[in-house]
Design a protein around this ligand. Structure first.
Ligand code: NDP
Ligand code: MG
Length: 381
């Protein structure tokens, strides 16, 4: 029986992780969980799973939890997140919070040598060098939850790193894949939130529409698999059936396929190196699908992907600026304070104005993250 600490339990990945736990009650137990402000959902999770500890965003939310759990069992803020990651009873940390708020939790889990199932891609984008350095030092493997990275991880099983020629990340194209740039002028928040293949949290759904999600994933892949950016490609594949691929030097390509269901990579990160049945997931019927489509990714149509490659290749503090500017811009778009196309303008401006710092430490990263957001909110709110 493994004790799970689930950060971001009330979110899209969090709820699907709980589904996996429901299917495997003898293997996994929800020991603790963290959420932001969705009290109703948190109360349901407490009732069903009776966790030992709950972490919430702040004191007012903690006070609203008193009808559901003894307040001695409720922690708050990033300190709370770090505490549950350091807890000796925690075996596996699933980091599924949204945004760079998950960074110090990831670092704490690494220091305490926990198994980490990582969905929180912003952590690797904003401070990949620090996270990977810590993982190496403490001999911790980060197990990817993101479907593309899980596919690559599975396609690398038993292979040698030196035989890799390139990683090929597939991209569905998001909600606006069939629109021209001109047609993006007046798109609304609800149009952008309507993803064709996946049901996900709001921020990542917008990231998919701008293609920033794929950009963040390129940086995530660079760090997780230690592959240069020149050897990471993105291929548009609208059905989301091939979740990603690895091409080897002998031109063999290994891929992982399946119906789009995030519970599959979530479960694999929990059960690795073993597999467990997932009875409620649907089998892939290729005869029924019959045709799969692929096309080259157009970085002019989707400039956010180009910005991510640029930030990744230049490195230093630039990926932190890319990520923070993107988080702030997407938030402003969701609040209907800016237009869809202003998201990419804001990111481009923030990156252009930044003086890159080489090999930034944690405090520098946190300061730049904060500064970038403040400047954007000051201008647009
Ligand atoms: P959601 O927005 O659905 O969920 C985010 C979760 O984080 C919620 O539980 C939210 O709590 C919690 N949260 C936010 N702020 C805080 C905070 N300060 N303290 C504690 N908890 C907090 O996001 P997703 O589940 O879609 O995505 C989560 C991460 O996984 C992201 O990094 C995303 O890029 C990545 N990912 C998601 C995929 C998906 O299919 N959804 C696929 C691959 C990666 P509350 O709602 O209660 O405020
Ligand atoms: Mg993904």
């Amino acid at each position: 029986m493994k004790n799970i600490t689930l950060l971001g339990a009330t979110g899209s990945i969090g709820m699907q992780t709980l589904d996996v736990l429901r299917e495997h009650k003898h293997e996994f137990r929800l020991y603790s969980f963290a959420f932001g402000k969705n009290i109703e959902q948190a109360a349901r999770i407490i009732r069903e799973f009776s966790p030992e500890i709950v972490v919430t965003q702040d004191l007012p939310i903690k006070q609203q939890l008193t009808p559901y759990i003894d307040s001695s069992k409720v922690l708050i803020g990033t300190e709370g997140l770090e505490q549950v990651c350091a807890d000796p009873n925690t075996d596996i940390v699933v980091n599924a919070v949204m945004g760079s708020v998950g960074l110090t939790a990831t670092l704490t889990a690494i220091e305490h040598q926990k198994r980490i199932a990582i969905a929180n891609k912003e952590t690797l984008v904003t401070a990949g060098h620090l996270v990977m350095e810590a993982a190496k030092k403490h001999n911790v493997q980060l197990l990817p939850v993101d479907s593309e990275h899980s596919a690559i991880f599975q396609s690398l099983n038993g292979e040698s790193h030196r035989d890799i020629d390139k990683l090929i990340l597939t991209a569905s194209g998001g909600s606006f894949r069939d629109k021209t740039r001109e047609q993006l002028q007046g798109v609304s928040v609800s149009d952008a939130l309507n993803h064709p293949n996946w049901s996900m949290g709001a921020k990542i759904t917008i990231d998919s529409a701008t293609m920033m999600n794929k950009g963040l994933e390129v940086i995530e892949a660079h760090w997780l698999f230690q592959i240069p950016y020149e050897q990471i490609e993105v291929l548009q594949h609208k059905e989301s059936i091939i979740h990603s691929m690895v091409e080897y030097t002998d031109k063999s390509i290994l891929a992982q396929l399946g119906t789009p269901d995030m519970r599959v990579p979530i479960q694999y990160a929990l059960s690795y190196p073993n597999r467990l049945p997932l009875a409620s997931s649907k089998s892939l019927n290729l005869a029924e699908i019959s045709t799969l489509h692929f096309s080259e990714m157009d970085q002019e149509r989707f400039p956010c992907l180009a910005y991510a490659y640029q930030a990744g290749k230049q490195g230093g503090s630039l990926p932190t600026v890319l990520n923070a500017a993107n988080e702030a811009a997407v938030d402003l778009f969701l609040q209907e304070k800016i237009t869809f196309l202003e998201i990419e303008e804001i990111i481009e401006q923030a990156m252009g104005a930044h003086q890159v710092i080489v090999n930034p430490g944690l405090e520098t990263i946190q300061a730049i993250d904060q500064e970038t957001r403040v400047q954007i909110y000051d201008k647009y709110e």
